[in-house]
Design a binder for this molecule. Sequence first.
Ligand code: 8ID
Ligand code: ZN
Ligand code: ZN
Length: 373
Amino acid sequence: MLRASKALGSFISTPRKANILRTMATFSVPQTQKAIVFNELNGPLEYKDIPVPKPKPDEILINVLYSGVCHSDLHVWKGDWPVVPKLPLVGGHEGAGIVVAKGDQVTNFEIGDYAGIKGLYSSCMSCEYCENSYEPNCLDAVLTGCQHDGSFQQYATANAVQAAKIPKETNLAEVAPILCAGITVYKALKTAELKAGEWVAISGAGGGLGSVAVQYAKAMGYRVLGIDAGHKEALVRELGAEAFVDFETTPDLVEEIITKTKGGPHGVINVSVSDRAISQSTQFVRPTGKVVLVGLPPAAVCKSDVLSHVVKSMQIRGSYVGNRADSREAIEFYTRGLVKSPIKIVGLSELPSVFKLMEENKILGRYVVDTSR
Ligand code: 8ID
Ligand code: ZN
Ligand code: ZN
């Protein structure tokens, strides 16, 4: 049998060792830190020193080592949605790091635990939605990286009830995208209520949400058809899609999808940022199937032809992040090795160029920022 120290030395990968070393180095909390801040919508994204926040009685302070960059961060910065963010704002809601301080009331986290920052900062926990575990739908829900400063900083506060538990020795860079993208698509797939062996189309399959959606869908036993630009096909297939349709070059996308799935997919998860793609999905979904809306293009409207909607008896459902149980389950899929994170790591200071690539639809999988540079 291996001795513990040898086992650790042999089996902990280099990024994990780096996480552990950085843990030890960051336990004394500094007064100031690096962050990306903006003062006005669509205004300059400043990489600068700001004070480290102090945790309130019900909060933990997380030394964020890595944060995923979600398209929602771009929407918030650009002011695409009617929601009004706090200003100045530190965005970001896919943060993974280590608990370095906590408020007096916190009993579910210890200093040194790994923790994750999610899109939902807090909810009231006492309304009918919260009572029924629909915390994201709470009318008093507070959003991280929008109404509460988020993970594009080295130290961020999180409400201890909503913060995600991450098992020790998890690769913090790779788990980061699970904290929004993973949870959201896992919930969306549950919302589609499919049976093993049925077809699910992922529209926007090569992006941040899509690239993990393909894998969750496969792990849940569904047959996956990915839809995205042709240069993303190789990645989408590698992640588990059995079929792929290029939305840019396919002459009759609706017909092609119906043919490839022999009658249309039983469910569609819309994670593209395209009105057109969303409305098209109502045309190719199989009779009695479900169209799930997730992607949030600004001022989008989903158009569905009423006659075929009725005759096909199909359903359109919205899905919005996930509750605490969805979060725990989605993280478990990752830690069990059923879902991998196709990530590219860059420095936090490079966030403006990541936003630019995202706007141009040039991103494959997810970009993750390393807050140390
Ligand atoms: O809880 C929620 N509902 C939730 C949670 C998190 C994110 C919703 N979102 C929303 C984001 O705000 C954003 O609007 O989901 C959307 C996708 O987020 P993302 O995955 O972070 O974005 P991305 O990485 O830019 O991927 C988008 C993909 O869509 C493809 C692009 O090529 C890209 O790969 N795409 C586009 I734009 N048009 C398409 C089309 N017509 C398309 N794919 C297929 N057909
Ligand atoms: Zn997100
Ligand atoms: Zn509530």
